[in-house]
Ligand binder design. Sequence first.
Ligand code: BGC
Length: 508
Amino acid sequence: MPAVVTSHGGHMPEHDGKITFYVILCVIISAFGGLLFGYDIGISGGVTAMDDFLIKFFPDVYEKKKRAHEDNYCKYDNEYLQLFTSSLYIAALVASFVASKVCSKFGRRTTLQIGSFFFVAGVALQAGGVNLTMVVFGRIILGCGVGFGNQAVPLFLSELAPARIRGALNICFQLFITIGILIAGIINYFTSNIHPHGWRISLGLAGVPAVILLVGSFAICETPTSLIERDQIDQGKATLRRIRGTDNIAAEFDSIVIASDAARRVKNPFRKLMRASSRPPLVIAIVLQVFQQFTGINAIMFYAPVLFQTVGFGNNAALLSTVITGLVNVFSTLVSIYTVDKAGRRMLLLEACVQMFITQTVIGLLLLLHLKPAGSLSSTEAIVVVVLVCVYVMGFAWSWGPLGWLIPSETFPLETRTAGFACAVSSNMLCTFIIAQAFLSMMCHMKAGIFFFFAAWILVMGLFTLFLLPETKGVPVDSMVDRVWKQHWFWKRYMIDDENDDDNVIKG
Ligand code: BGC
């Protein structure tokens, strides 16, 4: 068995453990947090395009839309609507910092429970909305749900999973995000023809997964890491035994205890995060989120119907194409679940960069040459665009989508894990907000150039992955410092011991 070098210089064997039914149950229930996030991503584009919704809450926008006679690339540019869509992400950004505190003080499970309360309340406010304040308030509460859910679920999954299949289990979060996006696309397809309350059905149906998550969160366990970190040693040991389905847990238990001891010595995790030794996982966590969003994925996820209308599809065909990209998104995520612990993280990310770079560039060229501000693409050209979008989504779905969440959840040492992951979640939300807010205006100003803009980002992220992203496949979460960061040609220079720094440790 390969050995793990502990931070104390000792050696311990690689951890044992089965994939128990209970772990699978916990994975499925917690992944509903991802489903709700995905549903919110997928539902808003369709809802804000529904006339009934606009007439009720944004009458000015509706009037303008009726009168609008703008060119192909500028059809839907409207700041207020974009602000409505993106307000959720600002709320999530702020909430993730609160959630990080809750996560380390009260555990991953409690954080998820609070998140699911927010989800239920937010859905009720939105679906029952009688005025704009109520709907916007509902959206902000939903954002708090996303902040809490996205903080708790990936950490929960990474700590719950045995190291050898951690990637696969963690990616269930992303799988459920994609299922949420797909379900939202299908629901919008039907409700767009239900007048005048189709939008209420679209928003209200999120209540189903929200209630499942709320009820289910009482059936899942807390992670052993979080229990042990909070001094519930016996309970932590018993939970570890239960989820691993074996009594042979001594090695894993010891490594968690060592990590927890180090974590308890840190008084202020956010200050510790500013230290040189935290830089490698922190930079990687933030940069991965920025990169994930600047692949341009949400330009597609939020605005696919708009995009497909831009290239010349009618309303229904555009919604249908959205469902097709949604299906591609779900099935390609399965590829990632299958390969991530075999081929590794780097291979998937690099391959996808090539795939996404080519597709974005070709879409850009096609639109540049054939889509003028007036008129539309030929039907063959429009179909080629849909196929290219699918190939692009495929690449994202087995790489930057899932790994953007997986890698930051597995690379921080326990003492900075929740704080560091909060930085990842909030960077993701900030960049999602920027894209949601700016994409339609960018498309209006940059026209086909927007695709070259994203392609350029993809090139940069490929180079970053090639030179600076270490492989974390199969390394136990609580052994990353020694086995990954201290071994990396570049990042090892930051791994200076600052354990005795007065700012960071509780004296005595
Ligand atoms: C991203 C979302 C994106 C989704 C698409 C997630 O990993 O965080 O912003 O919409 O993937 O499947």
